[in-house]
Design a protein around this ligand. Structure first.
Ligand code: ES4
Ligand code: ZN
Length: 324
């Protein structure tokens, strides 16, 4: 089964590029860019990766992102991730980035997008990995900052397919971003949002109703509301689930308690993704293996995650047919 999972073609739909910053690159970039970080060794960095909830992770995640300064840094970060994709047989990936995490520190929006995009192009030509880029708004920041970010994206609309919403879910309802998402849709962006990771099932309802999203990031708390689960099935609304992330951030105590396989068997379009793999202890193959170890599945069920991800992806109909 391990070989089957290793060689299974995979599609990733929930991946924060800043969350692929491995300690080795973090230390190298800190040195190269003269940035002070409170770690002196790789072991010290890894020691800090003990989280008790989403917020305790986000604090470390934003601190790590501080070492990213130049376009070349964003390029190297993205390229390293694409090499991991190649190793895991990921054939298509849809990548989030958090522009505000960088523009807030004085880094130019163009620097961030251009560095990431240059690596994605190289990934397509040299590795045969197709990709899309999704710009997330940080939900702990205000509406005005999100609007400013949307304006900055205008010159890069050829490189960005969708907007999303991430960071602290509790206390920052979807309603705060209703107008920004409305404007983004008007400009031609597709929309996704993190919802029902730490927050209740009602957050999923609100994201669907107020932000008009076409797929939900995480969404595992949907099981608190059976009617919602049935809506996800009947309307084929996909969930981009991140199993190792959910364990690390204590959304579920143990993988045996995770609901992803139960949701798959109910007919929800669930997918497996790595979220912030440098922080959560594994890329795509590791996530598949961890789920299958705790909740054994047959090969048809495992392959269904890839079929679901193809269906839920933002690639064109003809591209989808090519992959299936
Ligand atoms: C995130 Cl796991 C998770 N949840 C919400 N926002 C995020 N940003 C990066 N990882
Ligand atoms: Zn996420």
């Amino acid at each position: 089964m391990k070989e089957f999972i290793q060689y299974l073609p995979k599609v990733e739909l929930h991946l924060h590029i800043e969350g692929t910053l491995e300690p080795e690159l973090m230390l190298a970039l800190a040195k190269r860019n003269n940035i002070d970080i409170p770690f002196n060794s790789i072991a010290e960095v890894r020691d800090a990766y003990n989280f008790h909830n989403l917020q305790s992770f986000l604090d470390i995640y934003f601190q790590g992102a501080d070492v990213l300064i130049k376009e070349q840094d964003f390029f190297e970060l993205t390229w390293a991730y694409l090499l991991r994709c190649q190793a895991d047989n990921v054939v298509h990936t849809e990548i989030f980035f958090d522009p505000q995490a960088h523009t807030q520190r004085g880094i130019c929006f163009d620097t961030v997008v251009n560095g990431i995009h240059r690596a994605l192009i190289k990934g397509t030509t040299e590795l045969g990995i197709s990709s899309k880029l999704i710009m997330c708004f940080l939900r702990h920041l205000d509406e005005e900052s999100a609007f400013k970010t949307l304006a900055q994206a205008q010159d890069h609309q050829d490189k960005i397919i969708a907007v999303g919403l991430d960071s602290t879910e509790l206390g920052h309802p979807a309603a705060k971003f209703e107008q920004v998402f409305k404007q983004a849709i008007k400009q031609g962006f597709l929309t996704v949002a993190h919802a029902g990771e730490e927050g209740p099932a009602s957050n999923i309802h609100e994201a669907l109703r107020l932000l008009h999203i076409t797929r939900i990031d995480h969404g595992v708390r949907c099981t608190d509301d059976e009617e919602l689960v049935q809506q996800l099935v009947s309307e084929r609304i996909p969930l981009t689930v991140c199993p190792l992330s959910n364990i690390k951030l204590k959304v579920f105590e143990r993988m045996e308690q995770h609901n992803i396989v139960a949701l798959l068997r109910k007919g929800v379009c669930v997918t497996i993704n790595s979220d912030d793999p440098a922080y959560f202890g594994g890329y795509m193959t590791d996530n598949f293996l961890a789920v299958n170890q705790a909740l054994p599945m047959n090969k048809t069920e495992i392959a269904q995650f890839t079929f679901n991800a193809i269906a839920a992806s933002f690639i064109s109909k003809s591209e989808k047919q090519r992959l299936t």
